[in-house]
Design a protein around this ligand. Structure first.
Ligand code: SF4
Ligand code: SF4
Length: 184
């Protein structure tokens, strides 16, 4: 190809782009929906009785490449139970000044306690407000759930809960399949 034609080719790209429809969204009045699997703000999930899924193991914190997660585990007792099993996440923080929303932490979580929502409005003007605490990250209590601490209601042992979790995972996989079929 003749080199002197290169500038003309460049203008060709400009002209082609000039006639494309511009995807302008009048944010924040109009909020364009994200893709279903968009990585947004995290959520700490609960079991159907309201107990927390987090067991305070810190695997998410170790997996994080940005050192954005801080976890301190605590011991459950029969009088003061926050999750099934021995341990729960006593302190849990995510620093959104550091987080790059890569999702490695949710891959590392052994109990599916940590997932990511589609919420993307995470800008603020103070450091304190961008360090989310456990209370901010915990999923809301739905109908039939009771705020911990309370006894295990879904089984005698934590294994009963984890079996329930694998049913959750099967249901999520089926929902993913349905979503991808709908997109095709
Ligand atoms: S999404 Fe990535 S950067 Fe953010 S807390 Fe999780 S592992 Fe860390
Ligand atoms: S969110 Fe998951 S990986 Fe992180 S401490 Fe809790 S149970 Fe462990």
């Amino acid at each position: 190809m003749l080199e002197w034609l290169n500038p003309v080719k460049g203008f060709g790209v400009t002209f082609h782009t000039m006639f494309k429809k511009v995807p302008t969204v009048e944010y924040p009045e109009v909020k364009a929906p994200t893709m279903p699997r968009f990585h947004g703000r995290h959520q700490l999930n609960r079991w159907p009785d309201g107990l927390e899924k987090c067991i305070g193991c810190e695997l998410c914190a170790w997996a994080c490449p940005a050192d954005a997660i801080y976890v301190e585990g605590g011991d459950n007792t029969e009088e003061d139970r926050f999750s099934p099993g021995e341990r729960y996440g006593r302190v849990y923080q995510i620093n959104y000044l550091r987080c790059i929303l890569c999702g490695l932490c949710i891959e590392a979580c052994p109990t599916r306690a940590l997932t990511m929502t589609n919420e993307y409005e995470l800008a603020d003007d103070s450091r304190e407000s961008l360090i989310f605490t456990k209370e901010q990250l915990l999923a809301p209590l739905l109908e039939g759930m009771e705020a911990p601490p309370h006894a295990m209601r879904l089984g005698e042992t934590e294994e009963d809960y984890y079996r329930l979790g694998s049913q959750d995972a099967d249901a999520a996989a089926r929902a993913d399949e349905r979503n991808s079929e709908a997109v095709q």
